[in-house]
Design a protein around this ligand. Structure first.
Ligand code: 5AD
Length: 347
Protein backbone atom coordinates (compact mmCIF):
# COMPACT_ATOMS: atom_id res chain seq x y z
CA UNK A 1 0.00 0.00 0.00
CA UNK A 2 1.61 3.22 -1.19
CA UNK A 3 -0.50 5.37 1.15
CA UNK A 4 0.93 3.54 4.14
CA UNK A 5 4.43 4.13 2.82
CA UNK A 6 3.67 7.83 2.37
CA UNK A 7 2.44 8.05 5.97
CA UNK A 8 5.44 6.10 7.17
CA UNK A 9 7.76 8.49 5.34
CA UNK A 10 5.99 11.46 6.90
CA UNK A 11 6.35 9.96 10.33
CA UNK A 12 9.85 8.50 10.23
CA UNK A 13 11.45 10.51 7.36
CA UNK A 14 13.07 7.38 6.04
CA UNK A 15 12.28 4.26 4.03
CA UNK A 16 14.20 1.13 3.14
CA UNK A 17 15.44 0.56 -0.40
CA UNK A 18 12.65 -1.92 -1.14
CA UNK A 19 10.09 0.51 0.21
CA UNK A 20 11.40 3.30 -2.00
CA UNK A 21 11.19 1.02 -5.02
CA UNK A 22 7.64 0.14 -4.19
CA UNK A 23 6.63 3.74 -3.57
CA UNK A 24 8.25 5.18 -6.68
CA UNK A 25 7.13 2.44 -9.09
CA UNK A 26 3.81 2.89 -10.98
CA UNK A 27 1.64 5.13 -8.87
CA UNK A 28 -1.87 6.41 -9.46
CA UNK A 29 -3.02 10.02 -9.63
CA UNK A 30 -4.84 9.42 -6.38
CA UNK A 31 -1.68 8.28 -4.63
CA UNK A 32 0.20 11.29 -6.01
CA UNK A 33 -2.58 13.61 -4.79
CA UNK A 34 -2.42 11.98 -1.39
CA UNK A 35 1.33 12.62 -1.15
CA UNK A 36 0.83 16.21 -2.34
CA UNK A 37 -1.80 16.82 0.29
CA UNK A 38 0.34 15.45 3.10
CA UNK A 39 3.33 17.45 1.86
CA UNK A 40 1.30 20.63 1.42
CA UNK A 41 -0.13 20.43 4.92
CA UNK A 42 3.30 19.84 6.38
CA UNK A 43 4.74 22.79 4.46
CA UNK A 44 1.94 25.04 5.58
CA UNK A 45 2.40 24.08 9.23
CA UNK A 46 6.10 24.71 8.95
CA UNK A 47 6.24 27.84 6.73
CA UNK A 48 2.71 29.16 6.46
CA UNK A 49 1.49 30.04 3.00
CA UNK A 50 4.62 31.99 2.25
CA UNK A 51 6.82 31.42 -0.73
CA UNK A 52 10.43 32.58 -0.65
CA UNK A 53 11.62 34.41 -3.73
CA UNK A 54 15.23 34.22 -4.92
CA UNK A 55 16.53 36.32 -7.77
CA UNK A 56 18.71 34.32 -10.10
CA UNK A 57 21.44 36.07 -12.04
CA UNK A 58 22.85 33.91 -14.82
CA UNK A 59 26.16 35.68 -15.09
CA UNK A 60 28.14 33.51 -17.52
CA UNK A 61 27.32 30.74 -19.95
CA UNK A 62 30.92 29.80 -20.64
CA UNK A 63 31.44 26.28 -19.38
CA UNK A 64 34.46 24.00 -19.36
CA UNK A 65 32.25 20.95 -18.94
CA UNK A 66 30.50 18.86 -21.54
CA UNK A 67 27.53 17.33 -19.70
CA UNK A 68 25.49 15.43 -22.26
CA UNK A 69 22.15 16.95 -21.24
CA UNK A 70 23.11 20.60 -20.98
CA UNK A 71 22.63 23.29 -23.62
CA UNK A 72 25.67 25.31 -22.52
CA UNK A 73 28.06 22.33 -22.70
CA UNK A 74 31.40 23.35 -24.14
CA UNK A 75 31.01 21.47 -27.39
CA UNK A 76 27.78 23.26 -28.30
CA UNK A 77 29.13 25.56 -30.99
CA UNK A 78 25.69 27.12 -31.46
CA UNK A 79 25.62 28.59 -27.96
CA UNK A 80 26.36 32.32 -28.13
CA UNK A 81 28.66 32.86 -25.17
CA UNK A 82 28.46 35.82 -22.80
CA UNK A 83 29.80 36.89 -19.46
CA UNK A 84 28.35 39.77 -17.43
CA UNK A 85 30.70 42.39 -16.02
CA UNK A 86 30.84 43.04 -12.30
CA UNK A 87 28.97 46.30 -12.87
CA UNK A 88 26.24 44.51 -14.83
CA UNK A 89 25.85 41.93 -12.06
CA UNK A 90 25.64 44.67 -9.43
CA UNK A 91 23.03 46.43 -11.54
CA UNK A 92 20.93 43.23 -11.49
CA UNK A 93 21.22 43.18 -7.69
CA UNK A 94 20.24 46.84 -7.49
CA UNK A 95 17.14 46.22 -9.56
CA UNK A 96 16.34 43.07 -7.62
CA UNK A 97 16.75 44.76 -4.28
CA UNK A 98 14.31 47.45 -5.37
CA UNK A 99 11.81 44.75 -6.27
CA UNK A 100 12.11 43.21 -2.81
CA UNK A 101 14.58 40.37 -3.32
CA UNK A 102 16.75 39.54 -0.30
CA UNK A 103 18.57 36.57 -1.85
CA UNK A 104 20.69 36.77 -4.98
CA UNK A 105 21.63 33.53 -6.68
CA UNK A 106 24.71 33.81 -8.88
CA UNK A 107 24.57 30.95 -11.33
CA UNK A 108 26.91 30.23 -14.18
CA UNK A 109 28.76 27.62 -16.17
CA UNK A 110 32.17 26.55 -14.91
CA UNK A 111 33.96 29.55 -16.36
CA UNK A 112 37.71 29.79 -15.71
CA UNK A 113 37.52 33.58 -16.02
CA UNK A 114 35.82 33.64 -12.62
CA UNK A 115 38.84 32.90 -10.50
CA UNK A 116 38.54 32.92 -6.72
CA UNK A 117 39.91 36.44 -6.74
CA UNK A 118 37.22 37.74 -9.10
CA UNK A 119 34.36 35.84 -7.48
CA UNK A 120 35.42 36.79 -3.96
CA UNK A 121 35.67 40.44 -4.99
CA UNK A 122 32.19 40.28 -6.46
CA UNK A 123 30.69 38.61 -3.39
CA UNK A 124 32.29 41.19 -1.08
CA UNK A 125 30.87 44.04 -3.13
CA UNK A 126 27.36 42.56 -3.10
CA UNK A 127 27.54 41.89 0.64
CA UNK A 128 28.80 45.39 1.39
CA UNK A 129 26.15 47.05 -0.79
CA UNK A 130 23.35 44.78 0.54
CA UNK A 131 24.40 43.56 3.98
CA UNK A 132 20.99 42.12 4.80
CA UNK A 133 20.87 40.00 1.65
CA UNK A 134 21.96 36.40 1.23
CA UNK A 135 24.26 35.40 -1.61
CA UNK A 136 23.84 31.94 -3.10
CA UNK A 137 26.42 30.56 -5.51
CA UNK A 138 25.82 27.98 -8.20
CA UNK A 139 29.09 27.75 -10.07
CA UNK A 140 29.90 24.06 -10.03
CA UNK A 141 32.83 21.99 -8.87
CA UNK A 142 35.80 23.75 -7.29
CA UNK A 143 38.53 22.88 -4.80
CA UNK A 144 37.92 22.90 -1.07
CA UNK A 145 40.27 25.89 -0.77
CA UNK A 146 38.19 27.75 -3.30
CA UNK A 147 34.94 27.00 -1.48
CA UNK A 148 36.56 28.17 1.75
CA UNK A 149 37.61 31.45 0.15
CA UNK A 150 34.13 32.02 -1.28
CA UNK A 151 32.58 31.36 2.12
CA UNK A 152 34.99 33.72 3.85
CA UNK A 153 34.07 36.44 1.35
CA UNK A 154 30.51 36.24 2.59
CA UNK A 155 28.65 33.76 0.37
CA UNK A 156 25.91 32.07 2.41
CA UNK A 157 24.60 29.21 0.31
CA UNK A 158 25.71 26.94 -2.53
CA UNK A 159 23.67 24.96 -5.03
CA UNK A 160 25.31 21.92 -6.58
CA UNK A 161 22.94 19.23 -7.72
CA UNK A 162 24.40 15.78 -7.30
CA UNK A 163 22.56 14.94 -10.61
CA UNK A 164 22.40 11.24 -9.76
CA UNK A 165 23.68 9.16 -6.89
CA UNK A 166 24.22 6.18 -9.18
CA UNK A 167 27.77 5.84 -10.42
CA UNK A 168 26.90 4.11 -13.70
CA UNK A 169 24.19 6.62 -14.55
CA UNK A 170 26.51 9.47 -13.60
CA UNK A 171 28.92 8.14 -16.20
CA UNK A 172 26.23 8.05 -18.90
CA UNK A 173 25.20 11.65 -18.28
CA UNK A 174 28.67 13.12 -18.03
CA UNK A 175 31.98 13.05 -19.90
CA UNK A 176 34.73 10.81 -18.56
CA UNK A 177 36.62 13.61 -16.81
CA UNK A 178 33.73 14.17 -14.38
CA UNK A 179 33.12 11.75 -11.55
CA UNK A 180 30.45 11.13 -8.97
CA UNK A 181 33.14 10.84 -6.32
CA UNK A 182 34.37 14.38 -6.94
CA UNK A 183 30.80 15.64 -6.99
CA UNK A 184 30.23 14.07 -3.60
CA UNK A 185 33.54 15.46 -2.33
CA UNK A 186 32.38 18.93 -3.35
CA UNK A 187 29.03 18.51 -1.58
CA UNK A 188 30.66 17.26 1.60
CA UNK A 189 33.17 20.13 1.58
CA UNK A 190 30.48 22.74 1.04
CA UNK A 191 28.39 21.49 3.91
CA UNK A 192 31.37 21.12 6.26
CA UNK A 193 32.56 24.63 5.48
CA UNK A 194 29.20 25.97 6.56
CA UNK A 195 27.30 26.75 3.41
CA UNK A 196 23.57 26.08 3.41
CA UNK A 197 23.96 23.46 0.70
CA UNK A 198 21.64 22.38 -2.09
CA UNK A 199 21.72 19.03 -3.90
CA UNK A 200 19.22 17.55 -6.33
CA UNK A 201 18.59 15.85 -9.63
CA UNK A 202 16.68 15.91 -12.89
CA UNK A 203 13.66 13.65 -13.10
CA UNK A 204 13.40 11.37 -16.11
CA UNK A 205 16.92 11.96 -17.40
CA UNK A 206 17.91 9.47 -20.11
CA UNK A 207 18.77 6.03 -18.67
CA UNK A 208 17.38 6.89 -15.24
CA UNK A 209 15.14 4.26 -13.65
CA UNK A 210 13.07 3.72 -10.54
CA UNK A 211 16.15 2.11 -9.08
CA UNK A 212 18.36 5.16 -9.67
CA UNK A 213 15.62 7.44 -8.35
CA UNK A 214 15.39 5.36 -5.18
CA UNK A 215 19.14 5.81 -4.79
CA UNK A 216 18.72 9.57 -5.14
CA UNK A 217 16.12 9.62 -2.38
CA UNK A 218 18.35 7.55 -0.14
CA UNK A 219 21.26 9.87 -0.81
CA UNK A 220 19.15 12.92 0.05
CA UNK A 221 17.90 11.26 3.24
CA UNK A 222 21.46 10.58 4.27
CA UNK A 223 23.12 13.85 3.17
CA UNK A 224 20.29 16.06 4.46
CA UNK A 225 20.91 19.10 2.29
CA UNK A 226 19.30 22.37 3.34
CA UNK A 227 17.97 22.86 -0.19
CA UNK A 228 16.90 20.40 -2.87
CA UNK A 229 16.55 21.24 -6.57
CA UNK A 230 14.37 18.81 -8.49
CA UNK A 231 13.02 19.44 -11.98
CA UNK A 232 12.16 17.44 -15.06
CA UNK A 233 14.84 16.70 -17.66
CA UNK A 234 14.05 18.66 -20.83
CA UNK A 235 15.96 17.96 -24.05
CA UNK A 236 18.05 20.64 -25.76
CA UNK A 237 18.35 20.46 -29.52
CA UNK A 238 22.12 20.94 -29.63
CA UNK A 239 22.98 18.12 -27.23
CA UNK A 240 23.40 14.35 -27.66
CA UNK A 241 20.15 13.91 -25.71
CA UNK A 242 18.09 15.95 -28.18
CA UNK A 243 15.82 13.02 -29.07
CA UNK A 244 15.01 11.86 -25.55
CA UNK A 245 11.63 12.76 -24.08
CA UNK A 246 11.14 15.25 -21.25
CA UNK A 247 10.90 13.84 -17.76
CA UNK A 248 7.34 13.45 -16.56
CA UNK A 249 5.63 16.26 -14.77
CA UNK A 250 3.65 13.86 -12.60
CA UNK A 251 6.73 11.99 -11.48
CA UNK A 252 8.46 15.30 -10.74
CA UNK A 253 5.54 16.46 -8.58
CA UNK A 254 5.38 13.13 -6.77
CA UNK A 255 9.10 13.25 -6.02
CA UNK A 256 8.83 16.86 -4.76
CA UNK A 257 6.14 15.81 -2.30
CA UNK A 258 8.22 12.87 -1.11
CA UNK A 259 11.28 15.09 -0.65
CA UNK A 260 9.19 17.42 1.52
CA UNK A 261 7.92 14.54 3.65
CA UNK A 262 11.44 13.18 4.03
CA UNK A 263 13.07 16.56 4.84
CA UNK A 264 10.35 18.72 6.44
CA UNK A 265 12.50 21.84 6.85
CA UNK A 266 14.09 21.77 3.40
CA UNK A 267 13.99 24.78 1.09
CA UNK A 268 12.39 23.31 -2.00
CA UNK A 269 12.00 25.35 -5.18
CA UNK A 270 9.28 24.89 -7.76
CA UNK A 271 11.80 25.02 -10.59
CA UNK A 272 11.81 26.90 -13.87
CA UNK A 273 12.02 23.54 -15.66
CA UNK A 274 8.76 22.51 -13.99
CA UNK A 275 7.24 25.82 -15.11
CA UNK A 276 8.51 25.08 -18.61
CA UNK A 277 6.85 21.68 -19.06
CA UNK A 278 3.54 23.13 -17.82
CA UNK A 279 2.43 26.76 -17.61
CA UNK A 280 0.94 25.96 -14.20
CA UNK A 281 3.91 23.85 -13.15
CA UNK A 282 5.19 26.14 -10.44
CA UNK A 283 1.73 26.46 -8.91
CA UNK A 284 1.39 22.70 -8.91
CA UNK A 285 4.85 22.49 -7.35
CA UNK A 286 3.79 24.74 -4.48
CA UNK A 287 0.64 22.71 -4.04
CA UNK A 288 2.85 19.62 -3.86
CA UNK A 289 5.08 20.98 -1.08
CA UNK A 290 7.50 23.47 -2.63
CA UNK A 291 8.19 26.73 -0.78
CA UNK A 292 10.65 28.61 -3.00
CA UNK A 293 10.56 30.12 -6.48
CA UNK A 294 13.54 31.57 -8.29
CA UNK A 295 12.55 34.22 -10.82
CA UNK A 296 15.11 35.47 -13.29
CA UNK A 297 17.03 38.69 -12.61
CA UNK A 298 19.39 38.40 -15.57
CA UNK A 299 19.38 41.23 -18.12
CA UNK A 300 16.84 40.52 -20.87
CA UNK A 301 19.61 40.76 -23.48
CA UNK A 302 21.26 37.54 -22.26
CA UNK A 303 18.22 35.48 -21.25
CA UNK A 304 17.99 33.54 -24.48
CA UNK A 305 21.65 32.67 -24.31
CA UNK A 306 21.37 30.87 -20.98
CA UNK A 307 19.43 27.89 -22.22
CA UNK A 308 20.20 24.64 -20.46
CA UNK A 309 17.16 23.14 -22.22
CA UNK A 310 14.72 24.15 -24.97
CA UNK A 311 11.61 26.25 -24.45
CA UNK A 312 12.69 27.79 -21.12
CA UNK A 313 9.95 29.93 -19.65
CA UNK A 314 10.42 33.55 -18.59
CA UNK A 315 12.99 34.58 -21.20
CA UNK A 316 10.77 37.35 -22.59
CA UNK A 317 9.77 39.19 -19.44
CA UNK A 318 12.05 41.54 -17.53
CA UNK A 319 12.72 41.22 -13.80
CA UNK A 320 9.74 43.29 -12.69
CA UNK A 321 7.33 41.60 -15.08
CA UNK A 322 8.60 38.09 -14.25
CA UNK A 323 8.12 38.75 -10.55
CA UNK A 324 4.66 40.18 -11.12
CA UNK A 325 3.58 37.11 -13.13
CA UNK A 326 4.87 34.69 -10.51
CA UNK A 327 3.41 36.75 -7.69
CA UNK A 328 0.05 36.61 -9.38
CA UNK A 329 0.34 32.85 -9.89
CA UNK A 330 1.07 32.41 -6.19
CA UNK A 331 -1.82 34.66 -5.21
CA UNK A 332 -4.18 32.66 -7.41
CA UNK A 333 -3.56 29.57 -5.31
CA UNK A 334 -3.72 31.41 -2.00
CA UNK A 335 -0.01 31.93 -1.32
CA UNK A 336 2.02 35.09 -0.86
CA UNK A 337 5.45 36.17 -1.89
CA UNK A 338 7.57 36.53 1.20
CA UNK A 339 10.17 39.27 1.23
CA UNK A 340 13.10 38.25 3.41
CA UNK A 341 16.25 36.16 3.31
CA UNK A 342 14.43 32.95 4.08
CA UNK A 343 17.34 31.05 5.57
CA UNK A 344 17.19 27.37 6.37
CA UNK A 345 16.24 26.65 9.96
CA UNK A 346 15.39 23.49 11.82
CA UNK A 347 12.25 23.34 13.78
N1 5AD B 1 16.94 19.70 -18.49
C1 5AD B 1 16.64 19.97 -17.20
N2 5AD B 1 17.54 20.41 -16.31
C2 5AD B 1 18.80 20.63 -16.76
N3 5AD B 1 19.89 21.03 -16.12
C3 5AD B 1 20.91 21.08 -17.01
N4 5AD B 1 20.49 20.69 -18.22
C4 5AD B 1 19.17 20.39 -18.09
C5 5AD B 1 18.19 19.90 -18.97
N5 5AD B 1 18.46 19.62 -20.26
C6 5AD B 1 19.95 21.23 -14.66
C7 5AD B 1 21.05 20.40 -14.04
C8 5AD B 1 21.96 21.44 -13.41
C9 5AD B 1 21.04 22.63 -13.24
C10 5AD B 1 21.74 23.95 -13.15
O1 5AD B 1 20.23 22.58 -14.38
O2 5AD B 1 20.51 19.53 -13.05
O3 5AD B 1 22.51 21.05 -12.17
Amino acid sequence: MKKDLILKLEETHTLSHTEWLELLGDFTDEERDFAAERARELTERRFGRRIYFRGIIEFTNYCRNDCLYCGIRRSNGNAVRYRLTEEEILECCREGYGLGYRTFVLQGGEDAYFTDERLCGLIKRIKSDYPECAVTLSVGERSRESYEALYKSGADRYLLRHETANCLLYGKLHPAELSLSNRMRCLRDLKEIGFQTGAGMMIGAPFSTTETLAEDMEFLADFKPQMVGVGPFIPHKDTPFRDYPSGGEKLTLFVLSLVRLMLPDVLLPATTALGTVDGRGRQLGVLAGCNVVMPNLSPLSVRKKYLLYDGKTGVDSDAAEGLRILGKQMEEIGYEVFVGRGDFSEK
